[in-house]
Ligand binder design. Structure first.
Ligand SMILES: Nc1ncnc2c1ncn2[C@@H]1O[C@H](COP(=O)(O)OP(=O)(O)OP(=O)(O)O)[C@@H](O)[C@H]1O
Ligand SMILES: O=c1ccn([C@@H]2O[C@H](COP(=O)(O)O)[C@@H](O)[C@H]2O)c(=O)[nH]1
Length: 232
């Protein structure tokens, strides 16, 4: 199916070149991939950016809830960087944050976000769910459900969902498609189980694809079958 209203989950790494957490080249490439993917299409796009380029999970010497708040704040920084890169590429975006960060982003407002999307502005949802113990994958599933997206795209560093992490297991086998139940039963770690469960409940398909191959985002939005689709 060609895309209509789409929630794109970008990993924090999409802003990084590996040596610096946010690099000019990676930011600009990400913005240009988005621009070329949406230019001629009828897609309405919302984005959630992770924080993996700067902040990975719980920190041993900081209490979990505080560490999680720090992770959510990092997504605000990444979202500001993405919004700026999109503006440089000539694309208007609206930035919402789950929790108040006055002066940096507007407070999340579902109805306003939907209005912005309908006007073909890109909407960026920062600050995670606003609650500790969650991830930006779950945030992506949550916001996708709230805006009634018809698909969630997980743009990542691997070209689909495998039987095990392909970076750690050379014998891992790629799935062309699988059901939410299979993804949950097999404990596939490409996304967390909360994200899979929420998409299963709301019947929003997830496509996992390699964002680092130029043009892949455009292909997925045009309905080309690349990566792995997880659906009911
Ligand atoms: N079964 C699996 N199939 C494919 N990839 C898997 C699997 N299990 C684990 N992975 C790993 O999951 C990683 C997903 O990482 P990615 O950076 O996209 O997400 P993320 O950790 O949510 O990023 P961020 O924290 O920035 O949001 C892949 O790079 C891959 O190595
Ligand atoms: O709803 C949320 C979302 C995120 N967090 C914290 O932020 C970091 C970064 O998110 P990633 O998905 O790993 O990029 C995450 O590890 C949590 O610490 C959160 O608490 N609540």
């Amino acid at each position: 199916m060609a895309a209509k209203r789409v929630l794109l989950k970008l990993s924090g790494e999409s802003l990084s070149d590996g040596s610096s957490s946010i690099s000019a080249a990676s930011l600009s490439r990400t913005a240009n991939e988005i621009k070329s993917a949406i230019t001629r299409g009828k897609v309405q796009l919302a984005i959630v950016v992770g924080a993996g380029n700067i902040w990975r999970g719980a920190c041993k010497f900081i209490e979990r809830v505080t560490a999680d708040k720090m992770g959510m704040l990092v997504t605000v920084m990444n979202s500001l960087a993405l919004s700026d890169a999109l503006a440089t590429a000539g694309i208007k975006s609206n930035l919402f944050s789950a929790n108040g960060v006055s002066g940096f982003a507007e407070n999340f407002n579902r109805e306003k976000a939907i209005r912005c999307i309908e006007q073909k502005n890109i909407v960026i949802f920062a600050g995670g769910t606003g609650n500790p113990f969650f991830t930006t994958d779950t945030t992506a599933a949550l916001r996708a459900a709230e805006i009634k997206a018809n698909m969630l795209l997980k743009a990542t560093q691997v070209d689909g969902v495998y039987s095990a992490d392909p970076k750690k297991n050379k014998d891992a086998v790629k799935f062309a498609s699988l059901t939410f139940k299979e993804a949950l039963d097999k404990h596939l770690k490409i996304m967390d189980s909360e994200a899979f469960s929420l998409c299963m409940q709301t019947n929003i398909s997830i496509t996992v694809f390699d964002f680092y191959k130029d043009g892949n985002l455009r292909k997925v939005l045009n309905g080309e079958k690349i990566g792995t689709i997880v659906e009911a």
